[in-house]
Design a protein around this ligand. Structure first.
Ligand SMILES: Cc1cc2nc3c(=O)[nH]c(=O)nc-3n(C[C@H](O)[C@H](O)[C@H](O)COP(=O)(O)O)c2cc1C
Length: 623
C-alpha cells in the first residue's frame, strides 16, 4: 500500500506544480494555442486510472473478523516416547527425524512432514532425542509407512547432540530392519574434511541393517546453496515415494495450519508466557543442562578487547558455581530475542508460496542483498501474509555456540568467551545486527543493582590439550579464533606451576593492526615473558603494504615447525574461519611437508590426514 499512496501523492504534486507554471505561461504568452486536454483533465484522468489500478490490484481484501475463542490454559501432557504408538494414534505413516544443531535440519524435516499430505500421506517431524529409536524395526507394523532422516554433521564428522543417542544405537545394534522403508537427506558443508559424514553413515547403516532405501541419499552443501540442494532432492524424492507406494499426488496443498490467530480481550496477563524462563530453568536444579534445560549463569565481567577500529570484540565472563558443569565448549540459549529474524531458508519458501518474483531473482534479490524476512515484507508490502502462516514458517530461535576462552583447571567456577559483535550494513542500506552477540554485548555485570544472568549449557568437544603436557603444541587462531587458546595457555601455565614439564607452546595469532585489535595483548606478552608461551607469532595483516596472514608466518618458520611435527610429536590446533583461513593453513602445512620433509603432494595430504585421525591435527572452525 505504501508505494501506491506515495505514487499517487507525487502525481498530485506534479499536477499542481504544472498548473501553476502553466497559468504563468498563459498569462505571459497570450497566443499560445489551448491544449487538447487541460491539466485538470489530465489530473482527473490520472486519478481515475490510479484508483482503478489500486482497486483491482492492490486493494487490501477485507480481513474476516477473527473469531474470538475462550482461552483454555494448556494442561501438561505426559510425553509419548514411542513414535510408533504416536503414529498409530494420530494415523500417520511418515516420520521425519532430524539431527539438528542450529535448526536447519529441523526446518527441512518439518517441511517434508507437511508435504506428505499432498501425496495422500500423513507425516510428522520428530526429534530423535525425544523418542525411542530402538523401535525402528516396528515401523513395518504401520501399512505403507516410511521414515526419513534429515541429518546434519558437525565437528570431526560427528552427529548433532540430539542425534548422538540414535547414532550410538545404530553403531551397536543388530536389529533387523527388513520391511522398514527409509530415505536420508544429509546436511553438511564441503569446506569440512568429513563432508556429510553423519548423513552418509545413517544411509549406509540403515541399509546394512536390512532397511529398504526408497530414494537415494541427498547430500546438501551449506557452502554453496543448501536450500537449492534440498529442493532438488525433494522434487525427485516425492515422485519416487509415490511410485514406491503406488500412489498419486492429490494436489492438496499444505493448508493445515499449526497456528491459529485468536484474539483474546479478557485474558489474565499473569498467565501469559512472555519470554520469561521456565520455572525449572530458574531453579537450576535439574541436571544435566542442555538446550532445553539451560543453566542460569551470572555475568561477572564484560569488556571490550579492541583499542580501535569500528568493530566491538568482547570478552565476557560467567559464574557457573553450583552448576557442576565441567566444560570444553560453551553455548548460550537466547530465549529473549524477537521472533522475526534473519533466516534465509524460509525466505525462498515464502517466495514460492506467494508466487512472487521469479526464482532466478532469489540469489541476487534475497541472498546477495541479504534481505531478511522483515526486509522482504517492507520492500514488498503487497505480500501481506496472514500472521498465522508467517509464524508457522519461522523456526525457533536456536542456541549459539562459542569456544570457551578459559580453563576449568584455572577457573573451575567460571567460563569466559571471546566474540565479535556482528553488525554491518547490507546492500539495501539496512543495518544487520547479530541476534546473540548484540544481546550479549549489553549484558553488563549489574543492571540497577541486579545481577544479570544468561541461560547456557556446555557441549563436549575433542578440541583439547594433549594428554601428555610435555607434547609441544602449535596453536593457530587469528581473530576471535584465539578464544580456546587463551584457555590452553592458562592451563599450560597452571601445569607449569604444578611442576609438570610443559612442552613447547607456540601461538600464531593474526589481527588487522597492532594498535587496534591485538586481542589479549597484555596477557599474551606476560605469558611470553614468563616462558609459558614459548613463541608468540603475530601477523598484523594491515600494518604494512602487503597483507600478511598466519599462513605466511608458518611458512617463514617451516624448518622449526616440521621438526616439531615430524620428530617431536607436536599437536596442531586451528581455530577460526573455515572457508579461507583453515584452508590456507592446511595448504601451508602441505607445502612445509613438501619443501622441508621432501614429500610429494599426495604424501603430504596423506600425512596430515593421518595426523587428524590420530587427533594431532584438530580444528574448531566455522564458516
Ligand atoms: C562448527 C561447525 C562444524 C561443522 N562441521 C561439519 C563437518 O564436519 N562436516 C560437514 O559436512 N558439515 C559440517 N558443518 C556444516 C553443518 O552440518 C551444516 O551447516 C548444516 O546445515 C547445519 O545444520 P543444522 O542447522 O540443522 O544444525 C559444520 C558447521 C559448523 C557450524
Amino acid at each position: 500500500m505504501k508505494t501506491i499512496c506515495f505514487r499517487r501523492h507525487n502525481c498530485f504534486l506534479n499536477s499542481v506544480k504544472m498548473e501553476d507554471s502553466e497559468s504563468q505561461l498563459l498569462a505571459d504568452e497570450e497566443q499560445t494555442p489551448e491544449p487538447l486536454l487541460s491539466s485538470l483533465d489530465i489530473f482527473l484522468f490520472s486519478l481515475i486510472v490510479g484508483l482503478l489500478i489500486y482497486w483491482f490490484f492492490f486493494r487490501k481484501k477485507t480481513e474476516p473478523v477473527p473469531e474470538i475463542k475462550p482461552f483454555t490454559p494448556v494442561t501438561p501432557q505426559i510425553r509419548e516416547t514411542s513414535f510408533i504408538e504416536k503414529m498409530k494414534k494420530t494415523n500417520r505413516n511418515i516420520v521425519v527425524f532430524y539431527g539438528s544443531q542450529t535448526g536447519t535440519a529441523e526446518e527441512f524435516a518439518n517441511r517434508l512432514a507437511k508435504d506428505a499430505q499432498r501425496y495422500g500421506m500423513k507425516g510428522m517431524a520428530a526429534d530423535p532425542e525425544e523418542y525411542d529409536l530402538s523401535e525402528l524395526s516396528r515401523l513395518k507394523e504401520i501399512p505403507n509407512s516410511m521414515t526419513v532422516f534429515c541429518m546434519a554433521t558437525y565437528g570431526e564428522g560427528d552427529p548433532t547432540d540430539n542425534a548422538q543417542e540414535f547414532y550410538d544405537w545404530m553403531q551397536g545394534t543388530d536389529d533387523d530392519l527388513e520391511g522398514v522403508n527409509f530415505a536420508v537427506f544429509g546436511l553438511g558443508n564441503k569446506t569440512y574434511e568429513h563432508f556429510n559424514a553423519t548423513g552418509k553413515y545413517t544411509d549406509k547403516r540403515l541399509a546394512e541393517l536390512g532397511g529398504k532405501r526408497v530414494f537415494d541419499l541427498g547430500l546438501g552443501d551449506d557452502d554453496i546453496n543448501l536450500e537449492e540442494d534440498f529442493i532438488s532432492w525433494k522434487e525427485q524424492f516425492w515422485p519416487a515415494v509415490c511410485e514406491f507406494f503406488g500412489v498419486e499426488a492429490t494436489g492438496e496443498d499444505s493448508s493445515i495450519r499449526q497456528f491459529e490467530l485468536v484474539v483474546h480481550n479478557d485474558i489474565n496477563m499473569n498467565q501469559v508466557y512472555n519470554s520469561q524462563l521456565r520455572e525449572k530453568t530458574r531453579n537450576s536444579e535439574i541436571k544435566p543442562f542442555d538446550s532445553k534445560n539451560p543453566f542460569l549463569a551470572t555475568v561477572t565481567g564484560n569488556r571490550k578487547l579492541n583499542k580501535g577500529g569500528n568493530r566491538h570484540l568482547m570478552h565476557i565472563e560467567f559464574d557457573i558455581t553450583d552448576s557442576k558443569i565441567s566444560f570444553i565448549l560453551y553455548c548460550i540459549n537466547n530465549t529473549y530475542t524477537i521472533l522475526l529474524f534473519y533466516y534465509r531458508n524460509i525466505i525462498l519458501y515464502f517466495y514460492i508460496k506467494y508466487n512472487f518474483f521469479f526464482f532466478a531473482l532469489y540469489q541476487s534479490w534475497v541472498l546477495d542483498s541479504e534481505r531478511n524476512i522483515l526486509a522482504i515484507l517492507e520492500d514488498l508490502p503487497s505480500l501481506n501474509p496472514p500472521i498465522d502462516h508467517l509464524c508457522e514458517l519461522l523456526p525457533r530461535l536456536q542456541a549459539r555456540y562459542y569456544s570457551i576462552a578459559s580453563s576449568s583447571k584455572v577457573y573451575p567456577t567460571s567460563i569466559h568467551i571471546c566474540a565479535v559483535v556482528i553488525e554491518y550494513t547490507t546492500k539495501t542500506e539496512r543495518v544487520f545486527k547479530g541476534v546473540a552477540t548484540n544481546w550479549l554485548k549489553n549484558k553488563e555485570v549489574t543492571d540497577n543493582g541486579h545481577k544479570l544472568t544468561i541461560p547456557m549449557y556446555v557441549r563436549r568437544s575433542q578440541f583439547r590439550l594433549p594428554f601428555k603436557p610435555s607434547n609441544p603444541i602449535i596453536m593457530i587462531g587469528p581473530g576471535t579464533g584465539i578464544a580456546p587458546f587463551m584457555g590452553f595457555i592458562r592451563e599450560r601455565a597452571w601445569q607449569k606451576k604444578q611442576g609438570k614439564e610443559a612442552g613447547e607452546t607456540i601461538l600464531y595469532f593474526g589481527c588487522r593492526h597492532k594498535n587496534e585489535d591485538f586481542l589479549y595483548q597484555q596477557e599474551l606478552e606476560e605469558f611470553e615473558r614468563a616462558g609459558v608461551l614459548t613463541q608468540l607469532n603475530v601477523a598484523f595483516s594491515r600494518d604494512q603494504e602487503h597483507k600478511i596472514y598466519v599462513q605466511h608466518l608458518l611458512k617463514k618458520n617451516k624448518e622449526q615447525l616440521w621438526k616439531l611435527i615430524h620428530s617431536n610429536n607436536a599437536h596442531i590446533y586451528v581455530c577460526g574461519d573455515a572457508r579461507n583461513m583453515a584452508r590456507d593453513v592446511h595448504t601451508a602445512f602441505y607445502e612445509i611437508a613438501e619443501e622441508v620433509g621432501s614429500l610429494t603432494h599426495t604424501q603430504a595430504v596423506d600425512y596430515f590426514k593421518k595426523l587428524m585421525t590420530k587427533g594431532r591435527y584438530s580444528q574448531d572452525v566455522w564458516s
